[in-house]
Design a protein around this ligand. Sequence first.
Ligand SMILES: Nc1ncnc2c1ncn2[C@@H]1O[C@H](COP(=O)(O)OP(=O)(O)O)[C@@H](O)[C@H]1O
Ligand SMILES: Cc1ncc(C[n+]2csc(CCOP(=O)(O)OP(=O)(O)O)c2C)c(N)n1
Ligand SMILES: [Mg+2]
Length: 319
Amino acid sequence: MARASEFDLIGRYLADRGARRRDVVLGVGDDAAILAGDDRPLLMALDTLVEGVHFPADLPAGWVGHRALAVNLSDIAAMGGEPCWALLGLTLPEADEAWVRAFADGLEALARRHAVALVGGDVTRGPLSISVQVAGHGNGPVLRRAGAAVGDRVWVSGRPGDAMGGLAVWQDPTQRDRRQWRGLQRAFIAPRPRVALGQALAGIASAAIDVSDGLVADAGHIARSSGVAIALQATACRPSARLRHWLGDTAARQTLLAGGDDYELCFTAPAAADAAVLQAARASRTPVRCIGAVSAGAGVWLDGEALTADTAGYRHFSD
Ligand SMILES: Nc1ncnc2c1ncn2[C@@H]1O[C@H](COP(=O)(O)OP(=O)(O)O)[C@@H](O)[C@H]1O
Ligand SMILES: Cc1ncc(C[n+]2csc(CCOP(=O)(O)OP(=O)(O)O)c2C)c(N)n1
Ligand SMILES: [Mg+2]
């Protein structure tokens, strides 16, 4: 029997647990939970980073701190929200002061940039792992994975695939220090959560998700939640020149589709909103491009071909 994926475990055992509360607007199943606040909706998200799984053991502590917050801000960004507060759960093998100082400095630099306060947490001993919970507000309509409609366009920000290319560069000691791969490495080491873009898209986009597991896998979550198919156009899914240089055309395309760790936003919007989407991108200084359209049916397609197994995206329990 196939091993359960993390999504199977969540769906079978973890969704809809606990009390039924009327102030839970949206529970398990989106990038963040939506809770009814006094005036604006409250958003809450949590992601964990494990050494060797989510970041290489030799990644400098400052970048681990940046990453731990960035992946959570990215979830709030995908809801079109404004992040405000963070809680930090830090599990350390030893009380290494230099490591913790550098980690905290990296986290703080990003937190200040986004006006987020670290308001609590927990420190324990054990194998290195970091959990961050971020809470914030929805401003205007909250973006969800559900909402994409047939005829909408599909968009993505930034250069998906570059981060996974950058991780491979980092892991190759013969290539790591070469200047030509610096941009790729930055895409992995210092993901920039698209908070301003997400907020600018609230009220314009019909659905949104942040790309952590891979573009096809995460577009697939929009498709499933919205009850539609997503048809990607191969010519629009062109990897960056630097990724093609690093991997060659074929592997670069595969990495763009399935690599993951991008922390870009994938979103849908009605065709009539093209100008508004481009204006939101300009206002937030974030590059976006249209990569396909929403159609009737299910799943994610590339030029008419269904995308499945080899583009399924990152799975924690695949072996
Ligand atoms: N241990 C858990 N208990 C309850 N809900 C969970 C758990 N793990 C994940 N979820 C929820 O399942 C959904 C999918 O999780 P995940 O794939 O990690 O989302 P994301 O990529 O946005 O971090 C999210 O809504 C998340 O909050
Ligand atoms: C050392 C290392 N190996 C592999 C990866 C690739 N990787 C690990 S987890 C992951 C997917 C995202 O992590 P997940 O815990 O699923 O985040 P979420 O979807 O919950 O935001 C990817 C692409 C990495 N980041 N670091
Ligand atoms: Mg998660």
